[in-house]
Design a protein around this ligand. Structure first.
Ligand SMILES: C[S@@+](CC[C@H](N)C(=O)[O-])C[C@H]1O[C@@H](n2cnc3c(N)ncnc32)[C@H](O)[C@@H]1O
Length: 337
């Protein structure tokens, strides 16, 4: 397990530092390993016919454990949970060669043990917080805020907030209440949610289970979805998430925004995605692309709700997953509407 570095006061009491100290290289390794395990788990589950219906890790754990109990392969699963073998690690790297159900279940136990018992998920959460620590330049809302200012949004503090209609933001997958989105003054309140909330001021909630707003006052002027879609396990669920956003954005204004951030390979190195494909998909959901920024590793998009009407042309060609480009080494990241 990664540990936070604690210091003592003069009287010997421990001062527990809220921000864990993890070297960026270690944080990157932890994040890479977690994504690797989640990706392999997805492949194993679809081969075994285990349906993962949520991006909530607790729910996925429940689905897997129920399936294992009903499959009469509990013994294999338990053996995997207890195993520390190089052989299983090699199998994970060559999953395509493995068809034996027993071995797949053992592998499932092996990686579930690493995710849950050995702290994979917890470390991932901690490493992600460090990865987006603003001192390391990782808070993606630092890209967003200048865009919003260019579009004329001013701090509510400086320009007097319309008490009856405050500018509200929803940050999905929030890891810190100190991100620019929370401190810029443009939004108040900022509602912060995360599946596995670790920080103060962040509610533990699956966006997919968030009750739909009943009144306009419950809707938002901005939804921030930074590095979350790539975390959602299936192309269908990613599409569901995109479709759900429109229910939460304010209507009747051309100043309701959606900020989406993705790892660059999801767009640039996927067989089923491209910048054009993603932009057209968003257009079909009635979003207009306002800004785009690309760095070595990350793509940032700012969309505005394009019309006042609810989306009409959802789906169409975006119900399919065609190969829009292909080359060796590409990935299969996709979103299905
Ligand atoms: C890689 S972290 C990104 C964090 C941060 N937004 C950033 O840009 O660095 C992804 C986060 O999204 C959260 N997440 C994924 N699916 C979610 C959902 N359906 N509802 C709420 N949070 C979700 C995960 O729990 C995880 O903490």
């Amino acid at each position: 397990m990664l540990s936070s570095r604690n210091r003592k006061t003069i009287s010997g009491r421990f001062i527990v530092k809220k921000e864990p100290k993890i070297k960026p290289t270690v944080a990157r390794r932890v994040i890479r390993r977690f994504h690797f395990l989640i990706g392999k788990r997805q492949i194993i589950c679809s081969r075994l016919g285990v349906v993962l219906v949520s991006s909530d890790e607790e729910a996925n754990k429940g689905c897997i454990e129920t399936w294992v109990r009903n499959s009469k392969l509990q013994e294999k699963y338990d053996r995997g949970m207890k195993t520390q073998s190089q052989q299983l690690e090699k199998h994970l790297l060559k999953l395509r060669d493995i068809s034996n159900t027993g071995v797949l279940v053992e592998l499932l136990g092996y990686l579930m043990n690493e995710i849950y018992t050995k702290g994979g998920l917890k470390n991932y959460q901690m490493a992600s917080t460090v990865g987006q620590d603003r001192n390391r330049g990782g808070d993606s809302s630092k890209v967003l805020i200048p865009w919003l200012r260019e579009l004329g949004l001013k701090s509510q503090r400086d320009h007097g907030c319309d008490r009856g209609n405050p500018r509200r933001a929803l940050e999905i997958g929030s890891l810190s209440s100190k991100n620019a989105i929370s401190t810029c003054g443009i939004f108040d309140p900022v509602v912060r949610i995360d599946l596995n909330s670790t920080g103060e001021g962040i509610s533990k909630q699956d966006f997919m289970d968030r009750p739909l707003p009943k009144h306009e006052s419950e809707r938002f002027d901005l939804i921030s979805c930074s590095l979350v879609l790539n975390f959602v396990p299936t192309p269908q669920l990613r599409g569901e998430m995109l479709k759900r956003f429109s229910h939460f954005l304010k209507r009747g204004t051309d100043q309701a925004f959606l900020f989406v951030v993705l790892p660059r390979p999801c767009i640039d190195n996927s067989r089923h995605m491209s910048d054009q494909w993603f932009s057209e998909m968003m257009e079909s959901l009635n979003y207009k692309k306002l800004r785009r920024h690309v760095t070595h590793k990350i793509i940032y998009y700012l969309f505005a709700v394009a019309t006042r009407l609810p989306p009409k042309h959802i789906g169409g060609k975006f119900k399919l997953k065609p190969v829009v480009k292909d080359a060796a080494g590409m990935n299969n990241f996709a979103i299905l509407l």
